[in-house]
Write a new protein. Structure first.
Ligand code: SIN
Length: 274
């Protein structure tokens, strides 16, 4: 099988075909996949049949995996796999996170070293809805007017978590999450490209007045997910989609709850944004 890559959008995403992720990928193909991942920010592999071990094995080649703080939604026997699902168990209890990420965000940006990459595998999907949107933050940075590039350069934002952004967290889990400051513009460690680094977890811009913080955030909230930066992924069973949280904001969309949407997610550890 020959591996091919097809762009999905002007700014973001490529579909990789001719790769069977249920077996270890050879080193040459892996190097091409890795390079494309850092450049395109989102890679889509269709028609995969991934066991949790194969999913973990492929993700782990990009770095150590994280174990999500919500222990109740880890896949049995595979704590590295977080279940996103509206299925319930025999007692009617949710077996996964039901409505994860229905806002523009980059994964766990409220931590010192937010996730590098996320790998989401579609086990069961509804006939419509439940798409995931991906906004290129390379493109968002590039499109900033010159005066905004210099206004934002050097500024940091405070990222936090609260009952609105994390309704499933207990008070004890929320108390573990202290706010953290990250640069508003970060440099991708592999490509050297600059990307906006924001999203819903940003509470305020630091070291400016409250009025200026509000002014900057109201501009950025309209800018960072501009339609022309966004690729919409329409899921099929067997899709593995991986995204680079350092250059992407993503947003899950709703679906009719009479249908099942059942996904497995792994995440690779990241570094401190600079
Ligand atoms: C997420 O990881 O934010 C969830 C994405 C999705 O379920 O589409």
């Amino acid at each position: 099988m020959t591996m091919t890559m097809t762009n999905l959008h002007d700014h973001v995403g490529a579909e990789v075909a001719g790769v069977n992720l249920s077996h270890p990928v050879d080193d040459t193909s892996f190097a091409d996949i890795e390079q494309a991942f850092y450049e395109k920010s989102v890679l889509v592999f269709r028609g995969q049949d991934l066991s949790p071990d194969a999913h973990i094995g492929f993700s782990r080649r990009f770095g150590p995996l994280e174990v999500h703080i919500l222990h109740q939604y880890q896949l049995d026997g595979h704590p590295e796999v977080l279940v996103l699902s509206n299925k319930t168990d025999a007692e009617g209890k949710a077996i996964g996170l039901v409505d994860a990420g229905r806002y523009w965000h980059t994964d766990v940006s409220f931590t010192e070293t937010p996730s590098m990459g996320s790998f989401l595998y579609a086990v069961e999907i509804p006939p419509k809805g439940g798409d995931t949107l991906f906004a290129s933050q390379f493109a968002a940075y590039d499109a900033l007017p010159k005066e905004w590039k210099s206004r934002l350069g050097g500024l940091k934002a405070l990222h936090g978590l609260n009952k609105t952004t994390a309704p499933k967290f207990t008070d004890a889990q929320l108390a573990l999450v202290k706010g953290v400051a990250h640069p508003l513009i970060r440099t991708h460690p592999k490509t050297g490209r600059r990307a906006l680094y924001g999203g819903v977890f940003v509470d305020k811009i630091l070291d400016v007045s409250d009025t200026e913080s509000d002014d900057i955030l109201s501009f950025l909230r309209k800018h960072w997910a501009r339609e022309d930066f966004v690729y919409r992924h329409r899921w099929q069973v067997g899709d593995l989609v991986m995204w680079d949280n350092r250059s992407i904001l993503h947003h899950a969309t709703p679906f009719d709850g009479q249908y099942i949407r059942h996904m497995h997610r792994t995440t690779v550890e990241g570094e401190k944004p600079v």
